[in-house]
Ligand binder design. Structure first.
Ligand code: GUN
Length: 295
């Protein structure tokens, strides 16, 4: 078994980005600037956004955090999005999800300028991704592709089973794994809450990508020998022995599944840090696009 070490690889990617940013500075160019909008006080969302801002500092980007109260109306959030779209200082921005229930998420995502949509959630970018056109790829799937690529994990002709059809992970992942090229050329099954015989389907998978959010869902007896296991789950479970009172667990029973797997991502330290590194990569891309557009 080989560990797909997202902590290590994400560090390498951030170092590569920092080198590029230093060169930009030496040439007297403006450095990339990412803004993040968060609505409300959800603990997990605040942690994720905090990590994104911290990563910006690490690679030498500028960052702006826009914190709005949980009572923010859709109109108010749309106004913030419009301001960020029009602010020439900002190269890319994200609106952290989930949003409070008074806000229509799709309406907000549609309002983001596709050229600043570093999450790749706007229909224009999602459509381009599905059509193999160059665009922003959602950071979590992008991070998984990068891990598979850097560890040279064979995906060609393999059966990939994706668990969960969220717009952020499962759906884009299923599209990307079936694309032409590497990593891709996989035969993909997208499973979800209505899938019949899900255990039987998983048992046939060469590659399992689990984005369910159910702690310890994937057990050793469910996977085939030498399967590649990608764990996207990040659930908080109460743990009195932990400093924060909880610990983070994935969808996979790591201790037992790792004995059967050829490659596996740990939680924490697998997909999570890759997501942040790829958001930095998309922001750099946004800056480069922005610069070309102004020439
Ligand atoms: N919530 C969970 N993952 C993500 C993400 O990648 N981007 C945004 N904007 N919100 C999220």
């Amino acid at each position: 078994m080989e560990l797909l070490d997202g902590k290590l690889v994400s560090k390498q990617i951030k170092e590569e980005i920092a080198v590029t940013v230093n060169k930009m500075k030496e040439r007297g160019e403006k450095v990339p600037h990412l803004a993040a909008v968060i609505v409300g006080n959800d603990g997990a969302s605040l942690t994720y956004v905090g990590s994104k801002v911290k990563a910006c500092k690490l690679v030498g980007f500028e960052s702006t955090l826009v914190q709005l109260p949980s009572t923010t109306s859709e109109v108010e959030l749309l106004r913030t999005v419009k301001e960020l779209n029009e602010n020439d200082e900002i190269d890319g921005f994200i609106v952290q999800l989930p949003l409070p229930k008074q806000i229509d998420t799709q309406k907000v995502l549609m309002a983001i300028d596709p050229d600043k949509d570093v999450d790749g959630f706007h229909p224009t970018n999602f459509g381009k991704m599905a059509l193999d056109m160059s665009t922003f790829i959602p950071a979590t799937p992008f991070g998984i592709l990068e891990l598979l690529e850097r560890y040279k994990v064979e995906t060609n002709g393999k059966h990939t089973v994706v668990i969960g059809r969220s717009h952020i992970v499962g759906r884009p992942m299923s599209i990307l794994m079936g694309r032409k090229g590497f990593p891709g050329n996989s035969t993909v099954t997208l499973t979800h809450s209505h899938t019949k015989n899900i255990t039987q389907i998983i048992s046939q998978a060469d590659i399992v990508i689990s984005a369910l959010g159910v702690p310890n869902f994937l057990k050793a007896e469910m996977v085939k020998d030498d399967a590649v296991i990608i764990d996207v789950g990040i659930s908080r479970v109460p743990d009195e022995s932990a400093k924060r009172g909880y610990r983070i667990v994935g969808d996979v029973d790591f201790e037992n599944v790792s004995k059967k797997a050829s490659y596996i991502t740990p939680v924490p330290g697998g997909v999570g840090p890759m997501t942040i590194a790829m958001l930095m990569k998309n922001t750099l891309l946004a800056r480069e696009k922005h610069m070309l557009a102004r020439k």
